[in-house]
Design a protein around this ligand. Sequence first.
Ligand SMILES: [Cu+2]
Length: 212
Amino acid sequence: MGRRAYLLMAFLALILVVVIFVLPSDSSEKEPAALPPFGGDFSLKSHLGDTVTLSSVQGSFALVFFGFTHCPEVCPLGLKKMSDVLDLLPQTSSSRLAPIFITVDPLRDTPSVLASYLSSFSPKIVGLTGTEAEIADVVKRYAIYAEKVALHDSAHPESGHAESGHGNGDYTVNHTTHFILLDPRGNFVKLYADDLTAQDITRDLALVMGGG
Ligand SMILES: [Cu+2]
């Protein structure tokens, strides 16, 4: 090996040492990147027409589910599950849990549409809607995925000859399916994924909410 090659190797080895040992200890001194704040208060219209803020349900844990009334499957199942949880929870816990359904489709989900939809589920569930801007803000702060997708005629061939639903402006909304649990101060506690049963969630809520 020539002298130049040897020097090159030594130089590369030195760089390797710097990269492995010096840089990590250097970067570990840096502040961790600040995450955007999760959640927070909101002011929306309930299905009964009154204004509801998260702080107005303060003193309660909140179980929050985002969806929309035209949802074919996910939302009916989610709201049925939420209703089951409210039935299964001991009274001491259920009285301290505010079940909230926030629409991701404020154009169609007016308070009265929400009211009639929610009449099929637990009467404890509070439906919330707002302006498009208000909902977009809450959706963003709660890290919810909600995307409007146009429905075309080809998507439902069975309605091809029917007088209804020609797909004019008809749309669905793809959205996240989990429940979000907030503590009495509005802080994020955890997510419940949609593969958990009402029994799973009830058991966990009873533990998290404790006896107090
Ligand atoms: Cu849905």
